[in-house]
Each structure stands twice: as structure tokens, then as C-alpha cells.
Design a protein around this ligand. Structure first.
Ligand code: TRP
Ligand code: SF4
Length: 401
């Protein structure tokens, strides 16, 4: 991936962020922002799909979440941070896409039925909840994002986004005189490149040669002197479709650095097994000291088995080989107690959170700074989304002169 790749991801503001978010999402975002053009946003409309009857949760989480992002190292000089509901283009694109999205595509997204079953206490038989993944598609396509960093559970939503983009391009990507325009665009790359493009296109269309397709993509990516519109035409012409108005995004699977919760299950608010980023040192130490261990190790003199212990899973995240060997040896021989075993983790978590909490405190005391970061981010995001929507409206015939 290159610097010009656009990355977009969002998070729902539905409570305090915890170590699971830090290890599963935020550290990854921090890395990505150094290498790519990143957009990160607060998905407050998505939170509404499940919290429409308890909106105070959202209201209370939005600024804290942004502060946690900044505290974790998201740099507003590198990344664009914004709030979904401040960019009405997301809603407009969602509406426009809803016109051409078959109902069955939404009904068969696995999270639709799964979440309804999981959150039984809520009535999720709503219009908005069914549309959740399509709103997500609009989020992504409004920025023509190349890659979307997500967890495993979101891959089906990216797949839907790709299908929706394909359908959109198929329905609306045909401009009058498309072929002639594409041929003219090819010439703008220079004689040699135009010829190469033609050959590669032919090889792909006649023989389905995927190497030729990839080579042609690379050729187009490398062009500095042709407009975005021409580039899209050439991408579209290559594969025989019309102009690629909305490019298909790729999921960027977050490396599964699974942060275990205090009980060994995945750390998650719904399991009540979290350590939040803003918890006090006392509270964190207490939680870790009292977390369960190998249930067979009843007395200090009983040997234990790290494989059966959630503390061991935390050592996988926080400890080096020497400490891990010390745990294995000490646990199997009962030469260390469980509190001894937990101490390096307590130390590591506190050390990890110390600078984060310090930065969070500074931002909390300077709410204006946080608000202006978001205001700037919204402006930048909106410029990008506006451009896409202009193209979308034109393609759908919604510009009346
Ligand atoms: N659905 C995502 C989640 O629950 C949040 C989200 C909303 C998102 N819009 C997005 C993620 C766009 C990536 C891209 O985690
Ligand atoms: Fe778990 Fe460590 Fe106790 Fe062994 S010594 S049971 S690994 S906490």
C-alpha cells in the first residue's frame, strides 16, 4: 500500500474504551496513520441503531472516545478525525444507495440476525438496524476508501460494500461516449503507456489474464498526470464496465492481537471483564490481583497449568520470553504464587496506561482543543465526501439544469 492509499474506519460511541480497543484497534490505527491517508470517525448514527432508546449513552461517550483516541496516539496532524453525523453526505449517500440495494442483501448479512438474537432485550426489528451495513457502505464509499481496517466480525459488511459499489457502477457508470472518452484518456498517458494499456486490456478481456489486469492497475496507479475522472474511466474500461464511480474497498484485517479479558474470554463490555483506559492504578491493580487463575490451583502449594489460566493469556500480550519461561517453570512447580505471577502484568499495564492517561487528562482539561480538532477534521472530511456526492448525483441524473 502506498501513501496515497485512503484508509477509513469508524467506531461506535457506546461506552468507555478499554484495553481490548487499544490492542485490537487503536494501536493499529496509530501505525497506519504514519503510512497512509487516514480518516477515523465517530459512528454516532451507527450507535443510534442499537441505542435509539438510550441516547444519553452516545452523548456521554462521543468526546471521551475522541480523547481516548488522541491519548492513544492518534495524531490529528496525520489523521483526519470527524463525527459521522456532522457530515450529512453520509446520510444522503445512504439514502441514494438504498434505492438500488436489494432487501435480500441486507437480510442475509450475518450480523443482522446474530445481533438481534444477542441483544434480545432490545427491539431491533427496525428499519434503521436493517440498514446498518448499508450506512456503513455509505461511510466507506463517500470517501472512496481503498482499505478499511476492521475485525473479523465486520468483513461481511465490507463484502456488502463491494457488492453495492459494483452494482452502483454497473447501473450508473455508463456515461455517454464512454468508450471514446476512455480512449482519449489512454492517450493522455503518453504513446508508450497507452499502447501497453491497450495490450494489457486485451489480454485481460480475451483471456481473463489476471496478471495483465494487475499490471494494468499498477500502470494506472503510477500515472501522475491524468485526472481522477480519467483514471476512473480507464479502470472501468479495463474491466469492460463503465466508469468506476465508487471503487470497491478492501478489508484490512486487524492482526488478531486478541486482548483477553479478566476471565480469559475476549475483552468486551458485554462480558464485564474489561480494564478501561481511564481506570485508576488502584482499581486496575485490584482487578488484576483478584482475577481468576487455574481453578485447580487451590492452595499455594498446588502446582498449576498456565494453559488453563487467563493470567497466562495476558502474559502472551505483555511478557517477554524470559518472563514467560519463569511463569511456566514457577507455575508447574508451585515455586511462585499467583500474585507473584500477576505482578509483571500489573506493572506492564500500569506502565502502558501511564502516558495515555496523562495525555487524556491534558485533553480533558482542554476541551476546546479537542473540539477544534474535530471541527477541522469535519471540514476536511466534508470536502472529500462532497466531491463524491457531486459525482454520485450527476451519475444518477439528479442535477437539473
Ligand atoms: N460497524 C463498525 C463496528 O461496529 C463501525 C463502523 C461504522 C465502521 N461505519 C464504519 C467501521 C465504516 C469501518 C468503516 O465496529
Ligand atoms: Fe495462572 Fe500464574 Fe497462577 Fe499459574 S502461577 S495459575 S499461570 S496465575
Amino acid at each position: 500500500m502506498s501513501q496515497s492509499q485512503r484508509i477509513l474506519s469508524g467506531m461506535r460511541p457506546t461506552g468507555h474504551l478499554h484495553l481490548g480497543h487499544l490492542h485490537g484497534v487503536l494501536n493499529n490505527w496509530v501505525q497506519l496513520q504514519h503510512e497512509h491517508n487516514c480518516f477515523f470517525f465517530v459512528a454516532d448514527w451507527h450507535a443510534l441503531t442499537t441505542h435509539y432508546d438510550s441516547t444519553e449513552v452516545i452523548e456521554n461517550s462521543v468526546w471521551d472516545m475522541v480523547i481516548d483516541w488522541l491519548a492513544a496516539g492518534i495524531n490529528p496532524g496525520e489523521s483526519t478525525l470527524f463525527i459521522q453525523s456532522h457530515i450529512p453526505e453520509h446520510a444522503e449517500l445512504h439514502l441514494l444507495l438504498s434505492m438500488m440495494t436489494p432487501l435480500s442483501w441486507l437480510e442475509r448479512v450475518p450480523s443482522y440476525k446474530d445481533q438481534q438474537l444477542k441483544l434480545k432485550e432490545k427491539d431491533l426489528a427496525t428499519y434503521g438496524f436493517l440498514g446498518y451495513p448499508l450506512l456503513q457502505s455509505a461511510d466507506i464509499l463517500a470517501y472512496r476508501a481503498d482499505c478499511v481496517p476492521v475485525g473479523e466480525d465486520q468483513v461481511a459488511h465490507i463484502e456488502l460494500t463491494r457488492e453495492v459499489a459494483r452494482r452502483f457502477n454497473h447501473l450508473y457508470g455508463r456515461e455517454t461516449g464512454f468508450e471514446a472518452k476512455a480512449e482519449a484518456a489512454a492517450k493522455k498517458m503518453g504513446k508508450k503507456n497507452a499502447k501497453l494499456y491497450k495490450t494489457l486490456r486485451k489480454r485481460f478481456q480475451e483471456r481473463g489474464d489476471s496478471v495483465a489486469l494487475a499490471t494494468a492497475h499498477a500502470l494506472l496507479e503510477a500515472q501522475q498526470n491524468i485526472s481522477l475522472g480519467d483514471k476512473e474511466r480507464l479502470f472501468g474500461y479495463l474491466e469492460g464496465v463503465g466508469k468506476v464511480l465508487l471503487p470497491e474497498p478492501q478489508p484490512l484485517l486487524t492482526p488478531a492481537a486478541r486482548m483477553p479479558g479478566l476471565d480469559g474470554q475476549k475483552m468486551s463490555k458485554s462480558y464485564n471483564n474489561t480494564i478501561s483506559l481511564r481506570e485508576s492504578s488502584e482499581q486496575i491493580s485490584k482487578k488484576l490481583r483478584t482475577m481468576p487463575t487455574d481453578p485447580a490451583r487451590i492452595r499455594r502449594t498446588d502446582a498449576g497449568e498456565p494453559q488453563k489460566c487467563p493470567v497466562w493469556q495476558m502474559h502472551q500480550v505483555y511478557s517477554n520470553d524470559a518472563v514467560k519461561a519463569w511463569v511456566q517453570q514457577g507455575c508447574h512447580s508451585a515455586s511462585i504464587g499467583c500474585l507473584d505471577c500477576k505482578q509483571p502484568i500489573i506493572d506492564a499495564v500500569l506502565k502502558e496506561l501511564q502516558p495515555i492517561q496523562q495525555r487524556a487528562k491534558a485533553y480533558q482539561q482542554d476541551k476546546e482543543a479537542v473540539q477544534s480538532i474535530i471541527a477541522l477534521g469535519c471540514e476536511k472530511a466534508r470536502d472529500t465526501a462532497r466531491e463524491t456526492l457531486e459525482d454520485v448525483r450527476a451519475a444518477m441524473g439528479l442535477i437539473y439544469h
